[in-house]
Design a binder for this molecule. Sequence first.
Ligand SMILES: Cc1cc2nc3c(=O)[nH]c(=O)nc-3n(C[C@H](O)[C@H](O)[C@H](O)COP(=O)(O)OP(=O)(O)OC[C@H]3O[C@@H](n4cnc5c(N)ncnc54)[C@H](O)[C@@H]3O)c2cc1C
Length: 319
Amino acid sequence: MLDAVIIGGGAAALSAALYLSRGGKKVEVFERNQIGGDLGQIPELENYPGYQGSGEGLAKVMREQAEQAGAKISYGECHRVEDCAELRKEDPERTDLPERGFYVSIDDEVVYAKSVLVACGAESRRLDVELNVPVSYCALCDGELAKDKKVAVVGGANSAVQEALYLAPMVKELTVITHSRLKAGPVLQERLRQHDNVKVLENLEATAELLNKFEHVFVFIGKEPKAGFLQELQRRHVVKKDAKFFGLEIIKEVELIDEDGYIITGAKGKSEHETAQTGLYAAGDIRQGAVCQVITAAGDGAAAAIEMLEFLNGAESVS
Ligand SMILES: Cc1cc2nc3c(=O)[nH]c(=O)nc-3n(C[C@H](O)[C@H](O)[C@H](O)COP(=O)(O)OP(=O)(O)OC[C@H]3O[C@@H](n4cnc5c(N)ncnc54)[C@H](O)[C@@H]3O)c2cc1C
């Protein structure tokens, strides 16, 4: 049995793998696509203190460091994570399963681990139109490219307005385009109105014809977290929660995943990166409330790993 399985091979995962391995734990990272995750899409990383170069270059160093510390880094896609004790309860014949820990299905094999870190990231929802102008999905990352330009921001929720507020002082003109009305909170809307160079177009489709009139387009129409492999575990938690209504279950459980697909951590009685399922942690862009930068993902991975070390060391001293 592994001490920790890490799902995903981005900045959060590689940093957690380094910390866990240095803490003497047996760790394996499973990445379904490209080691480094989103880092592979950053040609020039300009806001990671102490590093200058491509995201790919940073991913390579992070991987080497984690491997030198003893982490195993493998390719494989996670399809399901289960609590072994729950599976045995459901089917007492399954004596092949360990009494405790996690069952993690990776492609067509199964690995067992005392703890799991979900660090599988979240992808920005893409705009389905072909444009002749540059398109970005992160103002903090690409704001510099839009300096003194005529810019459009597509989206009308809090995240879109927050990104627009970051861009407004540096661009020439900024137009927020939303297909419904502006849904951001009143405080954010008021802050937006205070910028003389900002215009809001509501109830308007972001067509190619319209967007090609700008010099740079920023799109913030939501993210797509990728933790579908937690569905079964999530279902069990929700069942427990419902059962509580009928007085059948005293244990207070909360959901693992929010309605947008992000992983909820830090519920009452849990550490900051731990989910409602003991031993299951999350870090990086997949975690509810994530800032979605490389530096924060790496820091999040390290912090989660430190909590996992405490959990693993505590579990060892009990058994
Ligand atoms: C185009 C672009 C430019 C950016 N520019 C910057 C920038 O300049 N500065 C900055 O700070 N940030 C930037 N960011 C944001 C930053 O890259 C991310 O916030 C950060 O890298 C996220 O790290 P993560 O480890 O949480 O997730 P990710 O990097 O998304 O890694 C998650 C990994 O998990 C894997 N995975 C998903 N599901 C599974 C599964 N079921 N099984 C196995 N593996 C799985 C994915 O393949 C992926 O490799 C940019 C992002 C993008 C997309």
